[in-house]
Design a protein around this ligand. Structure first.
Ligand code: NDP
Length: 282
């Protein structure tokens, strides 16, 4: 029988816990945590993500403000809005949905967000804090993967973990988080030689590259754990990950599905970061 890591179930549990935490937090008239979500332009996938974040806020009792900005907005105008939100009392977290239109420098925008409101954990200060083991905001997707592993009580001590994909928002921060939990991490990318040799030796394989059926059954060892971060559309328009789930799952001891694996955890951790930001101001 295929053993699944159920991200949908775990994220629902986390959200339930947070709902109670927020009720506690707002007792006696204290203000609720607040999240500002900014979307620029009409990217359909971004719209879905943003709407789902705002909806989750409202379900948990988190105050939210949504800014739908025209794709023609200038970088200076966007920076001005971020500055206003940086100084706004009711706002504990600011999220700018990526990607941004080409004429706007994403790095400049991320760096304009106050590190103590950077609930996406993308600011260099928060990434730096992660590396040196200080308390900051952790990027939501890798944080969500770590939470999944924790809630399934998987011991990471001395485990060989291979991550495929080295982006600043998934692979790199995840490599640090796993290292901090005593795993031995190999971070792979498009220039890696003999990738299969590495994945075949891994206790845990995590794939985050964005290519359908990239990880095949001949690339994983019997009994390994596979985490699929990818979000792709197959030729039928169906959502799928980077793993050939049907065949790889015959060999794994645990595997995440797409949808219903890592995806729901990302939003749950965003909410967790927003609540943490509010708590730190009390
Ligand atoms: P990026 O496009 O930023 O990075 C992709 C990485 O994959 C790069 O490091 C690249 O290597 C590597 N790569 C590409 N092709 C190969 C290959 N053939 N062999 C080995 N490595 C390869 O991706 P993201 O990290 O932003 O996203 C990855 C996937 O995860 C996407 O499908 C995205 O939609 C999904 N995602 C899902 C989230 C969720 O909540 N579930 C959140 C974020 C992303 P190189 O650096 O050498 O170019």
């Amino acid at each position: 029988m295929i053993k699944i890591i159920d991200g949908k179930k775990i994220s629902a549990e986390i959200k339930e816990e947070m709902k109670i935490e927020i009720e506690e937090l707002t007792k006696g008239g204290k203000r609720a945590p607040g999240l500002a979500v900014i979307i620029v332009g009409e990217n359909p996938a971004s719209k879905v993500y943003v709407n789902s974040k705002v909806k989750t806020c409202s379900a948990l009792g988190i105050y939210s403000e949504k800014y739908n900005l025209d794709s023609e907005i200038t970088e200076a105008e966007l920076l001005k809005l971020i500055e206003e939100l940086n100084n706004k009392e009711e706002i504990d977290g600011i999220l700018v949905q990526l990607p941004l239109p080409k004429h706007i420098d994403e790095d400049k925008i991320i760096e304009a967000i106050k590190p103590n409101k950077d609930v996406d954990g993308f600011h260099p200060i928060n990434l730096g804090k992660l590396v040196i083991g200080k308390n900051g905001f952790k990027s939501c997707t890798p944080y969500g993967i770590m939470e999944l592993l924790k809630r399934y009580e998987l011991d990471l001590n001395g485990k060989d973990v291979v991550i495929v994909g080295r982006s600043n928002i998934v692979g790199k921060p995840l490599a640090v988080m796993l290292t901090n939990e005593n795993a031995t991490v190999t971070l792979c990318h498009s220039k890696t030689k003999n990738l299969s040799e590495k994945t075949l030796n891994a206790d845990i394989v995590i794939v985050a590259i964005g290519r359908e059926k990239f990880l095949t059954e001949d690339m994983v060892k019997e009994g390994s754990i596979v985490i699929d971060v990818g979000i792709n559309r197959n030729s039928l328009g169906k959502l799928c990950g980077d793993v050939d789930f049907e065949n790889v799952s015959k060999k794994t001891s645990l595997i995440t599905p797409v949808p219903g694996g890592v995806g729901p955890m990302t939003i749950a951790m965003l909410m967790k970061n927003t609540v943490k930001s509010r708590m730190e101001k009390i």
